[in-house]
Write a protein that binds this ligand. Sequence first.
Ligand SMILES: CC(C)(COP(=O)(O)OP(=O)(O)OC[C@H]1O[C@@H](n2cnc3c(N)ncnc32)[C@H](O)[C@@H]1OP(=O)(O)O)[C@@H](O)C(=O)NCCC(=O)NCCS
Length: 162
Amino acid sequence: MPVPYIGHARYSDEETLGRLDRRCWSALHSVQPRPRPPYDPFFSDRFGPRDHLVAELAGAVVGYIRLGFPTPLESNAHVRQIQGLVVAEETRGAGVGRALLRAVQDEARRQGARRITLRVLGHNTPARKLYESEGFVVEGVLPEEFFLDGEYADDVLMGRFL
Ligand SMILES: CC(C)(COP(=O)(O)OP(=O)(O)OC[C@H]1O[C@@H](n2cnc3c(N)ncnc32)[C@H](O)[C@@H]1OP(=O)(O)O)[C@@H](O)C(=O)NCCC(=O)NCCS
């Protein structure tokens, strides 16, 4: 499998990213209800193109990762949080998720962050394995925090120093 190109998103990626997000929706990773029209724009006041890295294979966007702040507090400004990661189903298992995760850590370092954190559902084994293999450790668990598809799911807090 070729190595994906990773770069910042552009405004022109908005439609593609929105479609990718909707197509990949699942209760394995999402705590939002299944998207229904009219769809919200992918970019918002809170998250614009500069807050996303996209992965491209042969010029096509096949995944993205969103980097934000856990809170708007100045006292918390040394920490970044991964607030979205999706790889197109047909390109999973080929290293795209890992490439995005590595690139976002480089980006967080470039921004001067000391730590990076994330939240992942307890039953999301593929994502948890990926994070663990990149040095993230479980730093807390909110038991049965969500009720999804008829079952309770833990919210697992993971993080690492950069
Ligand atoms: C999680 C996700 C981003 C992984 O992307 P990917 O491109 O398939 O991941 P990679 O190919 O880079 O795999 C890297 C590692 O992740 C783990 N992994 C990936 N898929 C896995 C699976 N189905 N089962 C177990 N581990 C898996 C493995 O440790 C793998 O390393 P290995 O290939 O050396 O075994 C992708 O499955 C996805 O988009 N899932 C839906 C959205 C989601 O869950 N996002 C995370 C929200 S917190």
